[in-house]
Design a protein around this ligand. Structure first.
Ligand code: C5P
Length: 229
């Protein structure tokens, strides 16, 4: 299928506390965004839309140049918004041509295996969205302030990752509905499902974890040192 990938990279990275927008923070010699884009281009997309922190579009262009090489014409940079949902909407507005499948990917999941991107893309149908997910390994509790209210059956749960893939027409419609409803979704699959559409999951991977805290950045550094690709 003709697949576009929207890479949302406009978050501020407050929890990383690195003094720069998160996507531009270095893991090794390369930034979080550069690693994410290397993975994306290894998955043979038809289009790549990078949603950059406002004011940092030039930095995002440079990372796109480096990752895309001679496929630079497949990529485009747009400025993000104040919420993830607004950033994805900006990315959707920048699509061109007759793409039929749209993947939305967190730049912060910088080490996501290209095979995971391909698997999500291949599983999207004309009416069904797809997310990568991992089983939950922790023992979970329902809590109310400091009181443990009860257990949670983790076999019913899965931890969602990205990229999340959708048929373009239904995703655009679902975004238009969400923006007019005023509800702020932090997860594209939840927004898509709110419009009444089905979502399936495929296997996620440990390497697709989201870099959020300084400890996550350390983990990414160790993983790259141990197994670069
Ligand atoms: O903050 P968090 O790590 O959950 O953000 C997930 C992804 O969404 C990140 O890749 C971040 O750059 C992106 N994002 C965005 N625009 C925002 C907030 C987050 O593109 N306003």
């Amino acid at each position: 299928p003709d697949t576009a990938i929207i890479v949302v990279a406009a978050g501020s990275g407050t929890r990383l506390d690195a003094g720069a927008p998160k996507a531009l923070v270095g893991i090794d010699a390369h930034s979080i965004l550069r690693h994410a884009l290397d993975g994306v281009f290894a998955a043979a997309p038809a289009q790549v839309i990078v949603v950059a922190p406002p004011g940092y579009e030039g930095d995002a262009e440079a990372e796109l140049d480096a990752a895309a090489g001679e496929r630079r014409d497949l990529g485009r940079v747009v400025a993000g918004g104040a919420t993830r949902q607004l950033s994805v909407a900006a990315g959707l507005s920048a699509l061109w041509g007759d793409v039929t499948t749209v993947l939305v990917h967190d730049a912060a999941r910088a080490l996501t295996p290209p095979a995971q991107i391909d698997a999500v893309s291949a599983a999207v149908t004309a009416d069904t969205g797809v997310i990568p997910a991992l089983p939950v390994v922790d023992t979970l509790k329902r809590v109310d302030a400091d009181t443990v209210v009860g257990p949670v059956d983790r076999s019913e749960l899965a931890a969602a990752q990205t990229p999340q893939g959708f048929p373009r027409a239904l995703l655009e419609e679902a975004y238009a509905r969400a923006l007019s409803s005023g509800v702020d979704y932090t997860d594209d699959a939840a927004l898509f499902a709110a419009s009444g559409h089905a979502v399936r999951h495929v296997d996620g991977s440990a390497r697709a974890f989201k870099i959020t805290t300084p400890a996550d950045l350390e983990r990414a550094r160790h993983l790259l040192a141990a197994a670069p690709t």
